[in-house]
Design a protein around this ligand. Structure first.
Ligand SMILES: [Zn+2]
Length: 213
């Protein structure tokens, strides 16, 4: 076997191994998605229905050890097979953020590690009434390269205000309550900041983690 041929064979074999690994990863990911049971657990339902639909939940406090564990957990997606439980949760989550005086909230902040956020849309409506919108399974698909240090705070870190580095715009994808999947470019800095803060919560990240780039 000459040197050139053996190098070619080596490269070909390397590519083959790479291709096999990639295929296996995809299969693993696919089967993981298929087998993942997204129905609400009994312990989640116990929290969701622990009071009337018009009452606020207790907000997780970062300075309480058990709460901090919940706030640091990775959240899971919701599905639409149990909308009565889902919308009971989202209604109460909205009551909670209004009563708490926030401009956004994420489900982990009330003890439910699910990908659900409410955002007050400062880029919509009037100064008197910026609408509140609910996003299910939201993800940020792109961040601006430019970052700014912005004032920040969190209902789950009471009494603490600080700053965090934030992208000035983001692209997001999410499901609407009717199940429609949407992509959106959020160009207004303040609204983009709220999306980043709330979606961070779904990944166990708090604004105090964003003080350094
Ligand atoms: Zn927060």
């Amino acid at each position: 076997m000459n040197r050139k041929l053996s190098i070619s064979l080596f490269i070909f074999a390397g590519f083959f191994v790479f291709a096999q690994c990639k295929k296996q990863e995809e299969i693993t990911n696919d089967s993981h998605t298929i087998v993942q049971d997204l129905s609400f657990t009994d312990s989640e339902k116990a929290i969701i229905f622990n009071n009337s639909i018009d009452s606020a939940y207790r907000i997780m406090n970062y300075f309480v050890y058990a709460d901090s564990i919940v706030l640091r957990k990775q959240s899971r997606n919701v599905d639409f097979s149990d909308t009565s439980t889902l919308f009971y949760l989202t209604d109460r989550l909205h009551v909670t953020v209004i009563k708490g005086g926030g401009i956004g909230i994420a489900a982990p902040q009330v003890g439910i590690n699910r990908n659900i956020i409410w955002v007050q849309r400062y880029d919509k409506g009037s100064i008197a009434s910026h609408p509140w919108e609910l996003y299910l399974n939201p993800v940020i698909t792109k961040y601006s390269d430019t970052l700014k240090l912005r004032n920040d705070g969190c209902l789950s870190i009471p009494g603490v205000s600080g700053q965090s580095w934030r992208a000035i715009w983001v692209n997001v994808e999410y499901d609407l309550p009717n199940g429609t999947h949407k992509s959106e470019h959020i160009s207004q800095e303040y609204t983009a900041h709220i999306f980043q803060h709330e979606i961070d919560h779904l990944n166990g990240i708090l604004f105090i983690d964003r003080l350094k780039i």
